[in-house]
Design a protein around this ligand. Structure first.
Ligand code: C2O
Length: 586
């Protein structure tokens, strides 16, 4: 089966089959701030690399991680279905016990088989953009969803049962095998993309079964193209089975601004062009930083026995923004605004179609090499109830190639690939029209004290090395780290944005500079822990530094702009993180 590319234009410039590192190029690496240099023993496993980095970020080089007396650090195991218990929805007012029922029907006595990839001669499903769907296809989709909604309530294929699965894996209905106090959480880290890929795959296969069409594919919400940056019309017809009433109706005809946070008014239409360009630029930026280091795009490790520390990738945090933008503003923000119920809105499935498509494109650009060669990722596994009414155990490594799962995405233009120039033009024009405000202010370092992010914080941050050579950039990624983030109220949504700018001798203009990324948190079950979760935000800035012509700067001015939710910040720093050597094609 051939692999159709979803790419127009000159994508080869974005391909990045990196040359394998020779010992000599490795020796040219600058000293890292991680524990790497202390533990480096030549030919190491990537696993060691990233744990050193992980540990160094918390400041304990050489420490081993244990939880009770069980060593942490193995692939996530499939849950024990029989041990499902009440879940927690912490968006429900805390006057109740916040417990919710979302366990599946009784599967006891059902064998669990290993998931098998479909045979290559089976039908290839092609997912298409929702805003371009023809009437015939739409009718098919509506019929399938209507059939799914009409199934008996306790049928695992039933629409609401399918949505419960999302609650089970986000709101803590299962504890991890061997870790009775640690819920399995598939969001906020590197499990996010694979788990949702399987989830959508089975949902689609079941729909296909219900209408007797194995080629049926779920349409996706093509929000990475200007015509797709609003809710597609197919979801807005109140008489359709695709409709869901729990949404922010103000957004039914508004442009989806990727910088949205609760409380923002709809942007004025005169701003549309700017917002579209900024949106596209955000995707372009995530891709160009992520291609250097996939964890920046896809999220950071979550191992057996761990709860993710919200150390998610840029794709997941943008995905969170869309959940906020669609969901209603009143708590508990059913459906899209609340993971407990998110999958009850068909727009969830359209949204995840595009999230999955972004990953598919990302993989294609990387020559279909696994993003992490770490077995803790590849062998992590989940159980799904499939289109043959069987329980199957699916491993991450089984889902890395969409064509092997039997589906692909219709080829669509990728306008973000070429947005950089118009973005820079737009920025310059804006600066000009803002008039000659060349007043500058002195910016100090962040300091060693933890600070509340309740007003904009600007800090001068030292770069480990300026004037990185081409070779350096082959070896390391420059990463901006907002460290020790504490979410003061874990029941609240959080968003803040990060910008970088050039400074001259500590002086910077009023302009915030370039958008580098954001922290977007959606409340979820954090287990029964007593201390607040500390997390961090990592943003790749290698290309951004070039864009703002700050290669030779010793320091950058980092600006943190509070949005919603209370957070404290422990520090801001810039690290050089080794570029992982990609694995062979899978
Ligand atoms: Cu499981 Cu869009 O989240």
């Amino acid at each position: 089966m051939s692999l159709p590319l979803t790419i127009h234009t000159s994508t080869t410039t974005l391909g990045f089959n990196r040359r394998a590192k020779s010992p000599s190029s490795a020796s040219k690496r600058p000293a890292y701030t991680s524990c790497q240099s202390q533990n480096d023993s030549g030919d190491k496993d990537h696993l060691v690399d990233r744990r050193n980095i992980l540990i160094s970020l918390t400041g304990v080089c050489g420490a081993s991680t244990t939880l009770g007396n069980v060593a942490v650090g193995a692939p996530i195991k499939p849950v024990e279905l029989g041990k499902c218990h009440l879940a927690l929805d912490n968006q429900i007012p805390s006057t109740s016990d916040q417990k919710v029922e979302c366990c599946p029907p009784d599967f006891s006595n059902m064998p669990i088989k290993d998931f098998k990839l479909p045979k290559s001669y089976e039908a290839l499903r092609t997912r298409r953009p929702a805003h371009k769907l023809d009437a015939e296809y739409l009718a098919k989709y509506k019929e399938a969803v209507a059939k799914m909604k009409a199934l008996p309530k306790d049928d695992p294929w039933n629409f609401y049962q399918q949505a419960q699965i999302h609650c089970q894996y986000c709101n803590g209905a299962y504890d991890q095998v061997g870790f009775p106090t640690v819920p399995l959480q598939v969001h906020f880290g590197w499990l996010f993309l694979p788990w949702h890929r399987f989830y959508l795959h089975f949902w689609e296969k079941i729909l296909g079964k219900l209408i007797g069409d194995p080629t049926f594919a779920v349409p996706y919400w093509n929000w990475d193209t200007p015509e797709g940056m609003k809710i597609p019309a197919i979801y807005l017809d109140e008489s359709s089975p695709l409709y869901d009433k729990y949404r922010n109706k103000d957004h039914y005809s508004a442009l989806f601004d990727f910088k949205y946070k609760y409380g923002d008014p709809n942007p004025p239409t005169s701003e549309s062009k700017t917002i579209i360009t900024n949106n596209l630029r955000q995707i372009d930026n995530f891709f160009s930083e992520g291609k250097r280091d996939p964890s920046l795009f896809m999220g950071h490790p979550v191992l057996a026995g761990e709860l993710p520390e919200n150390d998610m990738g840029s794709l997941e945090s943008l995905h969170n923004t869309s959940h906020m933008w669609v969901g209603p503003t009143e708590k508990p923000q059913w459906d899209m605004g609340n993971f407990h119920t998110a999958a009850r809105d068909t727009l969830f499935w359209g949204h995840h179609g595009n999230v999955d498509r972004m990953w598919h494109i990302f993989s294609t650009f990387r020559g279909n090499k696994p993003e992490f060669k770490d077995k803790d990722w590849l062998d992590s596994s989940f159980i799904f109830y499939d289109e043959n009414r069987e329980l199957v155990k699916c491993r991450v490594k089984d889902c890395l190639h969409t064509a092997k799962l039997g589906y692909t995405y219709q080829q669509e233009p990728l306008p973000w690939l070429t947005v950089r120039r118009s973005y820079i033009k737009q920025r310059k024009a804006k600066k000009r029209s803002a008039g000659g405000d060349d007043s500058v202010t002195q910016v100090a370092e962040f300091g060693s004290e933890t600070r509340d992010l309740d007003t904009t914080i600007r800090a001068l941050v030292k770069r480990p090395k300026s004037d990185l050579s081409k070779d350096d950039k082959e070896d390391v990624t420059e990463v901006l780290i907002v460290d020790d983030i504490t979410i003061v109220n874990e029941d609240e949504h959080v968003r803040f944005d990060v910008y970088i700018a050039k400074a001259t001798e500590g002086l910077v203009s009023a302009d915030l500079g370039e958008f580098a990324g954001s922290f977007v948190y959606i409340p979820h079950n954090q287990g029964n822990k007593t201390e607040k979760t500390k997390t961090l935000l990592r943003l790749g800035i290698t290309n951004l530094v070039e864009d703002i012509e700050a290669d030779s700067a010793d320091s950058l001015v980092v600006t943190l702009v509070p949005g919603i939710g209370k957070v404290t910040i422990g520090g801001v720093k810039i690290d050089l993180v080794p570029v992982p050597v990609p694995e062979e094609e899978f």
